[in-house]
Design a protein around this ligand. Structure first.
Ligand code: NAD
Length: 479
């Protein structure tokens, strides 16, 4: 099957691009071009925003009842449920996530989000009457308008669905600008939206790079920007939205800490860290890449981690046994290698990995999963987001010191504590300044808000809180 595309999804149909510019999607494993798709220009973004604007200002979608919209989104969900395997494989093919991860997080999790938002929308107080101090007040939640959704490449459907679905349920219309590394999954998604009966212009999709992304953010036809990506891009986007007083939500980077208390079951902790620290080959915003261990337990944790990481299967993302795949792009491979070299320069000790290709691999954008010991939290490898399979083990004196180190970060997205004493774990959880936290586990629950403190973002996705970002509140005073 050819994965090539020649059109964008605009105004409910497949639209010819304004220019002949193209994006080549390259397999991170084979380094071969697997598809060519059009690259969106500013003119394509203009066409997509115009369609979304028309659909919002005069189309049926914002004027339908929440129940009618729920029915259409339920159709979409049912179609999506039938495509989970295809979607997971497509995403692994385009960006190199191990299929074992994609079969969990790249397709089933986006579908679970749709179902969770459907449940939330069914119970949501779209319009309520309050007994006010002067009389009755109707409080309405109306759609915020035309939404620009800008996802990254690492979990493309996951980060699109957290914006698309609440936007649709609230009655918004939307322009999605996928990252140039991962346009292919959005074509499969567009087919399902069309078949589900989403009216023309309600969802428009134009894959493009940063420049067109910036054009979309600044576009006067856009009412709200929903962004997931790097903190650097998030700052620029927030500045533009601030200037224009546009609604904005930002899901940004992280440098989360896993605190291993002395009473933790080390084998179970290592099994947990394989996922929470190294999911998606370390290309995850929530990855807990700082592993905090007490001085007394430090050597045991370093040894256990070294053994665990060196035993992980690195290779072809489509091999179901693979646990660590390639980096998304050559520039990402180079970035990770630079950080590995930097860690050594800073005086950290490589206990597993280091630069060079993993054993048995001679091509593809692979790096060796790497564990650094003797890391000081002030080192750049402990402060900056590497976005690859590179872990730093940092010693702490006592639990208060562990909390201090976990909080000594520009970021505040996620974290875990590993302990036999769940109450002690909850006590730690309450002290770490991050938007999400796990005790002996890390899972995102789509019923609960997700997002970051500090430079990890502004606003929350998921849960009723995530739906509220797509609504404006209106109070109507009755006589
Ligand atoms: P990126 O910021 O380079 O790009 C993200 C998206 O924004 C892409 O679609 C890109 O084309 C677009 N973009 C970049 N600059 C822009 C600008 N000035 N205006 C408009 N659009 C712009 O990030 P990336 O490398 O694709 O993704 C990795 C980053 O995403 C990491 O920092 C990671 O932590 C973060 N991330 C965060 C979450 C979260 O929920 N907090 C989830 C996944 C990834």
């Amino acid at each position: 099957m050819s994965l090539d595309q020649t059109t964008f999804f605009i105004d409910g149909d497949w639209a010819a691009p304004a220019t002949g510019d193209t994006i080549q999607v390259v397999s991170p494993h084979s380094e071969q071009v697997i598809a060519t798709v059009p690259e969106g220009s500013n003119a394509d973004i203009d066409a997509a925003v115009a369609a979304a604007r028309r659909a919002f200002d005069s189309g049926p979608w914002p004027r339908m009842s929440p129940e009618e919209r729920i029915e259409v989104v339920q159709n979409f969900s049912n179609l999506y449920a039938g495509k989970l395997g295809e979607m997971a494989e497509l995403i692994s093919t385009e960006m190199g996530a191990p299929l074992s991860f994609s079969n969990l997080a790249q397709a089933p999790a986006p579908w679970m989000q749709i179902e969770a938002f459907l449940g939330i929308a069914r119970a949501y107080p779209w319009e309520e009457t309050r007994a006010g101090s002067l009389g009755e007040v109707i409080v309405r939640r109306e759609p915020v308008g035309v939404v620009a959704a800008i996802p990254p490449w690492n979990v493309p459907q996951f980060t699109i669905m957290s914006k698309l679905v609440p936007a649709l349920l609230a009655g918004c219309t939307i322009v999605v600008k996928p990252a140039p590394e991962t346009p292919l999954d959005t074509y499969l998604m567009a087919e399902m939206l069309q078949e589900a009966g989403v009216p023309a212009g309600v969802v428009n999709i134009v894959a493009a790079g940063r420049e067109a992304g910036a054009h979309l953010v600044a576009h006067p036809g856009v009412d709200k920007v929903a962004f997931t990506g790097s903190t650097a891009a998030g700052r620029k986007i927030a500045a533009v939205c601030g200037e224009q007083l546009k609604r904005v939500s930002l899901e940004l980077g992280g440098k989360s800490a896993a605190i291993v208390l002395d009473d933790a079951d080390l084998a179970a902790t290592m099994e947990g860290l394989k996922f929470t620290a190294l999911m998606n080959s370390g290309q995850a915003c929530v990855a807990q890449t700082r592993i905090l261990a007490s001085r007394a337990n430090y050597a045991a944790v370093v040894d256990a981690l070294a053994e665990t990481v060196s035993g992980m299967a690195v290779g072809d993302p489509l091999d179901p046994a693979t646990e660590i795949g390639p980096m998304v792009a050559q520039r990402q491979q180079e970035r990770v290698e630079k950080y590995i070299a930097l860690g050594q320069e800073e005086g950290a000790r490589v206990v597993v990995g280091g630069n060079g290709m993993p054993d048995g691999l001679s091509s593809g954008w692979y790096v060796r999963p790497t564990v650094f010991a003797d890391v000081d939290n002030r080192m750049r490898i402990a402060q900056e987001e590497i976005f690859g399979p590179v872990l730093s083990v940092i010693p702490f004196d006592d639990v208060a010191d562990a909390v201090r180190i976990a909080n000594d970060s520009e970021y505040g997205l996620a974290g875990t504590v590993w302990t036999a004493d769940v109450e002690a774990g909850l006590d730690v959880a309450r002290q770490v300044r991050t938007g999400t936290y796990g005790v002996n586990t890390y899972t995102m629950d789509f019923a609960a808000p997700f997002g970051g403190y500090k430079s990890s973002g502004v606003g929350r996705e998921f849960g009723p809180e995530g739906l509220s970002h797509y609504t404006e509140l209106k109070s109507i005073y009755k006589p």
